[in-house]
Design a protein around this ligand. Structure first.
Ligand code: PNS
Length: 165
């Protein structure tokens, strides 16, 4: 079985991330969406909340067929997670050339730590090329409309947060 890990902060998941999940399921038998917790980046939602929002978004998008997409939190190194779940590939999205440098560095470093694990990149769809979780958070925090940028469950979560729930 071809298994891939798609790691990220997903704070929150965007339509760009969801597009990468969808395309990864066309290449791999199982895609493990792995939400990094306990990082120096302080997330606005807990790992469990991010997992819940991603699961709902994956289900709403019809990508949860036959258990092909698994969503979980993880701590530590992505390559250790890849080994633990039997994945030979790490999936990442590339939006613009500005992503390339850091992604290249991570891919090489991961490959150095785990030569049996390779990184596969999907070019983010043009509609999502300028989308980022940090911009979404900022727009939502000022009451802007992000419904065209994030799936419904993430939009609702951001609205609840703005309302102070
Ligand atoms: O969504 P992000 O924040 O761009 O994702 C970054 C992520 C989670 C992929 C990266 O920080 C990561 O892999 N962290 C886990 C720790 C690790 O393996 N670090 C070494 C990378 S070479």
């Amino acid at each position: 079985m071809r298994i891939a890990v798609y790691p990220g902060s997903f704070d929150p998941i965007t339509f760009g991330h969801l597009d990468v999940v969808r395309r990864a399921t066309e290449v791999f038998d199982r895609v493990v969406v792995a939400v990094l917790v306990n990082t120096r980046k302080v997330p606005t939602q807990t790992g469990e909340d991010r997992v819940r929002v991603i699961r709902e978004s994956v289900r709403d998008a019809g990508l949860d067929q036959q258990d092909r997409v698994h969503v979980m939190t993880f701590e530590g190194l992505t390559v250790e997670l890849a080994r633990a779940v039997g994945a030979r590939h790490i999936v990442r999205g590339l939006r613009a050339t500005s992503d390339f440098e850091s992604e290249l560095q991570m891919a090489h470093m991961n490959h150095r730590m785990a030569p049996e694990v390779d990184t596969v990149f999907f070019m983010t769809g043009i509609d999502h090329a300028y989308l980022s979780s940090s911009l979404v958070r900022e727009i939502a925090a000022f009451g802007g409309d992000v419904s065209g940028m994030v799936p419904g469950p993430a939009d609702r979560m951001l609205r609840r947060k703005l309302a102070g729930d």
